[in-house]
Design a binder for this molecule. Structure first.
Ligand SMILES: Cc1cc2nc3c(=O)[nH]c(=O)nc-3n(C[C@H](O)[C@H](O)[C@H](O)COP(=O)(O)O)c2cc1C
Length: 197
């Protein structure tokens, strides 16, 4: 079995040069279970989310940020599906990414999830710049997290994100070790750009 020892092998094989954090970002599952992210860095990555653009500057993103060892971390971890629970407990931080999908009058915020996604993207690029790695997840029980954190109906749990310091791949279950070194691929540009004038 091939195990990742040189993380540069995970860099994106881009057809055009990208800035470092974008080329180097990938979604590992092996995190150092002893690593702690200092509060200043946590603040910095949240600041990156805070300064994302949003429709009419509504800033409809909300986050629950939990350090490993906290009760909130345990609650988030319990809300993950088993295939994510198997590795995400070693992350230094778990963040619940939440979109405000209706405004104070109950009217839909059509860009709420879009804006949240953009804020999470900013956060993940800043985290990469800080020497951290991130892994977003859709495999969780939204109703469990919604209830556990007492969220109101205007808020939707959209994704969960693990953030941490790279750890030892060999601590993962065998099937996940293989996925850590599986080839990374993307659709070609001419498939995703429908028209380019
Ligand atoms: C919204 C979203 C949901 C995802 N859900 C999961 C998940 O539940 N479990 C998992 O291991 N990875 C999950 N991923 C990670 C993707 O599989 C990963 O980003 C994709 O394969 C591309 O790999 P890369 O991030 O290393 O470039 C998710 C990513 C996103 C953006």
């Amino acid at each position: 079995m091939t195990i990742v020892t040189d993380i540069t092998t995970r860099n994106a094989a881009t057809d055009a040069p990208l800035i470092g954090p974008l080329a180097e970002r990938w979604s590992p599952r092996a995190y150092d279970p002893a690593a702690v992210i200092d509060p200043v860095t946590v603040q910095t990555i949240l600041e990156a989310a805070r300064w994302a653009p949003s429709a009419s500057n509504t800033q409809p993103w909300r986050f629950i940020v939990a350090q490993r060892g906290s009760a909130e971390f345990t609650t988030i971890h319990e809300g993950l599906l088993g295939f994510n629970q198997a590795w995400a407990d070693s992350a230094a931080l778990l963040i619940v990414n939440i979109a405000e999908v209706t405004d104070a009058d109950g009217k839909p915020r059509p860009w709420g999830r879009y804006d949240l996604g953009q804020a999470v993207a900013h956060l993940s690029v800043q985290a990469q710049h800080e020497g951290l790695h991130t892994h977003q997840m859709g495999g969780f029980e939204a109703a469990h997290l919604h209830e556990a954190f007492g969220l109101d109906d205007s808020l939707e749990v959209v994704s969960v994100m693990a953030i941490g310091v790279l750890g030892d791949v060999e601590t993962l279950p065998a099937a996940l070790q293989e996925r850590e070194s599986a080839p990374r691929s993307r659709k070609p540009l001419d498939e995703i750009v429908l028209r380019r004038a």
